[in-house]
Design a protein around this ligand. Structure first.
Ligand SMILES: Cc1cc2nc3c(=O)[nH]c(=O)nc-3n(C[C@H](O)[C@H](O)[C@H](O)COP(=O)(O)OP(=O)(O)OC[C@H]3O[C@@H](n4cnc5c(N)ncnc54)[C@H](O)[C@@H]3O)c2cc1C
Length: 463
């Protein structure tokens, strides 16, 4: 009997452009494994919307894998215990995966690699989820990049490999280890089931991802540079959850856009640089594993943000913000879009985050956690990175004094009210609340708090 290969799937839930799957199937009959790991230290448990997405993504992945003769095994537990155990049960000859870049994930992967190799197993990792390896791209001084423009200039000057096709159908391995049933994991919400509008908005899985990408390159890309700032229009790709879950690889997206660069030069360049921000966020997370909890600019540790436990009226303001009842229509529309669909337009994310941290004086980490729980694209790097950017304490962040005025932003980006009216049916009626904060006064208070920070402690990172 030939020893099968084992591919450990993580944030790469696809069969095309999957180098680990390719290497495994090249070696012979292959089994696939997905581990729901809520136990390894430093691995962040998924939020509610992400759990919903994962359930459907695994159903879709299983279908795809069945087509190529690769059974999918589901297990729950700490990766360092589960993965070697499944490899042993399967009598696997090799273990393959695509690399992850978060701190807890890297520690878990290193532990698995060590255990596998010490038991004589071939253990191999591949690059699939980022266009760059964060340790390979360094400044001239040899350190990590802290500023986006030079980072992207350097990275985008490289040629990126072309995507791999799906592997050919395999001979199915003779036996597979036992696995959990997906239903046992309870990833779907019950009592109440709030997922109906999510399911109307999204179809998780690689097939839908491909359709989104095609629709975007055919119909939206040419107007992307201008339309991307209009939340009332379908002017962006909405590919973020598909990239987050790896239903598409960044190499596939990069080359699909590249093929259109002559027809849509402006849109292609603008879109490519958005992919660059995704890379930059992961670059930061790799070098600052505590990005979701620690201000990159440590002088912000002294900023008097309100955080839970302090009591006061901010708890009620936080709730109003979460529920889309601040009385500021652009922010409320965004928060309601988020609650209903698990996604929010980028412009509105920026304005909503700015209101929370600058006008309402609430700690960015509370906003980050809310997004983490409610976004279908909740990403361990992009979410904290952008929150730190919006709060002014992050890498290459929005300058603190740039405090978005949600009313002016609404006039500029949703001039005919298409977006706000879509999400706030009671707009303009007595049922819609007054603004929960005086924008001018709160702006002045934020600037005053900022001016009082100890400037001489400015540095990025811990050292
Ligand atoms: C406070 C805040 C929190 C955010 N949290 C997340 C998150 O958890 N997950 C996430 O994927 N994005 C996050 N973003 C970035 C951005 O808002 C979304 O990636 C974008 O809105 C997704 O829509 P799209 O796919 O239509 O974007 P497009 O405009 O079509 O952009 C294409 C792709 O580029 C990437 N991208 C675009 N903008 C950014 C950015 N600023 N940072 C990193 N990558 C970017 C995404 O992968 C996106 O799918 C956040 C932004 C803010 C301001």
């Amino acid at each position: 009997m030939t020893s099968p290969s084992l591919v450990w799937f993580r944030d790469d839930l696809r069969i095309t452009d999957n180098p680990a799957l390719h290497a495994a199937t090249d070696a012979g009959p292959t089994l696939a494994l997905y581990v729901l790991d809520e136990e390894s230290p430093g691995v962040r448990p998924l939020g509610g919307a992400a759990r919903w997405w994962l359930h459907h993504a695994l159903v879709a992945l299983r279908e795809e894998l069945d087509r190529i003769g690769v059974p999918l095994v589901l297990r729950r537990g700490a990766a360092a215990a589960v993965v070697p155990a499944v490899a042993a049960e399967a009598g696997a000859g090799g273990l393959f995966w695509n690399r992850r870049y978060g701190g807890g994930e890297r520690r878990a992967d290193a532990a698995v690699k060590q255990i596998a190799r010490s038991s004589g197993l071939r253990a191999e990792s591949h690059q699939a989820s980022l266009l760059h390896e964060p340790w390979e791209l360094t400044t001239r001084q040899g350190g990590p990049y802290k500023v986006f423009t030079p980072f992207w200039k350097e990275l985008s000057s490289h040629d990126f490999r072309h995507p791999l096709p799906a592997p050919q159908r395999q001979r199915v391995p003779e036996k597979a280890p036992w696995g959990d049933s997906l239903e046992q994991w309870g990833l779907l919400p019950r009592d109440p089931d709030w997922s109906v509008p999510l399911a109307e908005a999204w179809t998780p899985g690689p097939r839908a991802a491909g359709e989104f990408l095609e629709e975007f390159t055919d119909s939206v890309l040419s107007g992307y540079s201008e339309d991307r700032e209009r939340p009332g229009q379908a002017g962006t790709s909405r590919l973020s959850p598909y990239l987050r879950w790896g239903h598409l690889s960044p190499f596939e997206v990069w080359h699909a856009i590249g093929r259109r660069r002559h027809e849509a030069p402006g849109g292609s360049a603008a879109f490519a640089s958005e992919l660059g921000w995704r890379e930059f966020a992961w670059h930061q997370l790799y070098h600052h594993p505590d990005l979701a909890t620690v201000n990159l600019r440590r002088e912000f540790d002294a900023y008097p943000w309100w955080s839970k436990g302090d009591g006061g009226g901010q708890a009620a303001l936080l709730r109003r913000w979460q529920r889309g009842r601040t009385g500021l229509p652009l922010v409320d529309a965004g928060q309601r879009e988020l609650w209903a669909t698990g996604w929010m337009h980028n412009r509105v994310r920026m304005v909503s985050a700015s209101l929370l941290v600058k006008n309402l004086g609430i700690d960015w980490r509370l906003g980050e956690q809310w997004f983490w729980d409610t976004l279908v694209d909740a990403d361990a790097a992009s979410n904290p990175f952008n929150w730190q950017w919006a709060a002014g304490c992050g890498a290459d962040a929005s300058p603190f004094f740039r405090i978005f005025n949600p009313l002016t932003q609404e006039k500029t980006h949703d001039p005919d009210g298409t977006y706000t009216r879509r999400w706030i049916p009671e707009l303009g009626t007595p049922d819609y609340p007054e603004a929960c904060v005086d924008l001018k006064e709160s702006r002045e208070a934020a600037l005053e708090a900022f001016r009082s920070l100890p400037r001489n402690r400015v540095s990025i990172g811990r050292s």
